[in-house]
Design a protein. Structure first.
Length: 320
């Protein structure tokens, strides 16, 4: 890409400029320009092998770029290892979790930053800090549970809390939905939206449903960003469309209620008419059968004395 767009200097957290990463003669990232804004969810979309994970590893210091610059708050920085990235406020949750299975949740979260009491580790304080952190971000965990005994979803929570415990302002998640079911994907999506109010979030994924609400979307293809899209206007338009849709549905529902009442009344009247006609036909058939029963084979009347009504006599005359 050429010039980086959507530049608001006051909101820029990270700028990656003309990043190239090569492994021998193989080009993994080809002149990538990426701007990360404060308080937004950035989605990096692409198929496996498109180069999105490589770029995230460059930002986190696992790979050194072959060429290009990284800026934080307008100043060029060199991120040549994960510790430097963490010191700069960048944390990463990998697709394959970096946890120690026999250790507890607390031990994994505070690993390398354990609080001490004198020359000994203060695990009581560590546990209290983990509980406070989980409550702050609404991600409840059992601080005493061992990693090997908890679900994949809980392990991911531990990874996220571990990053937040180290004071990350920028949170990178590489393929976060690869091992989650639909319900846990929705929980994670809502969490990241809330987290983005005070943090910058970067999600590298090929899960379209998961990243549909991202503020910014960068589409990787052939080691380059080929599409760069910002969704704020689209979000506002979607909200407006939803309001219009709700109003339209409400009008339709009111009309439906009116026509439903009208339909019920019409149906009731129609059924009354049908019942009346059916009853009249049945009465006529019964009278006709009675008339025929009093006429013999020669056409002469029998038991005429049984017919006492003048109306019935008239009807007999018509039959004859």
């Amino acid at each position: 890409m050429g010039k980086v767009s959507h530049m608001d200097e006051s909101r820029v957290g990270i700028q990656m400029k003309d990043i190239v990463k090569m492994f021998g003669d193989f080009v993994a990232n080809d002149n990538i320009n990426l701007v990360v804004h404060k308080g937004e969810v950035h989605a990096i979309l692409g198929e496996n092998g498109a180069g999105k994970s490589t770029l995230m590893n460059v930002l986190y210091g696992l790979y050194r770029p072959t060429s290009g610059q990284i800026y934080m708050k307008g100043k060029e920085v060199e991120i040549d290892n994960p510790k430097k990235a963490i010191d700069l406020g960048i944390g990463m949750v990998h697709q394959h979790f970096m946890l120690i299975p026999p250790f507890t949740v607390t031990e994994n979260i505070v690993l390398g930053m354990e609080p001490t009491h004198g020359i000994t580790l203060d695990m009581k304080k560590a546990k209290e800090e983990v509980i406070a952190l989980s409550e702050k971000y609404g991600m409840s965990v059992d601080p005493d549970a061992r990693i090997e005994d908890i679900s994949v979803g809980m392990q991911q929570r531990v990874e996220i809390l571990k990053v937040l415990f180290r004071g990350a302002d920028v949170l990178i998640l590489d393929e976060p939905t690869a091992r989650l079911d639909r319900r846990r994907k929705e929980i994670l999506k809502n969490f990241l939206i809330d987290l983005s109010k005070n943090h910058s979030v970067i999600v590298a994924s090929h899960d379209l449903d998961f990243i549909e609400n991202a503020d910014c979307l960068f589409h990787f293809q052939h080691k380059k960003i080929i599409v760069e899209r910002y969704n704020q206007k689209e979000k506002e338009q979607n909200v407006l469309n939803k309001k219009k849709s709700f109003k339209y549905k409400r009008i339709c529902l009111n009309n439906l209620k009116f026509y439903k009442k009208k339909y019920i009344f019409s149906t009731f009247v129609f059924m009354l008419v049908i019942c009346y006609c059916y009853s009249f036909f049945q009465i006529g058939s019964t009278v006709d059968a009675q008339i025929k029963s009093i006429i013999n084979e020669n056409g002469e009347l029998t038991h005429i004395e049984a017919v006492s009504s003048q109306i019935t006599i008239d009807m007999i005359d018509k039959v004859k």
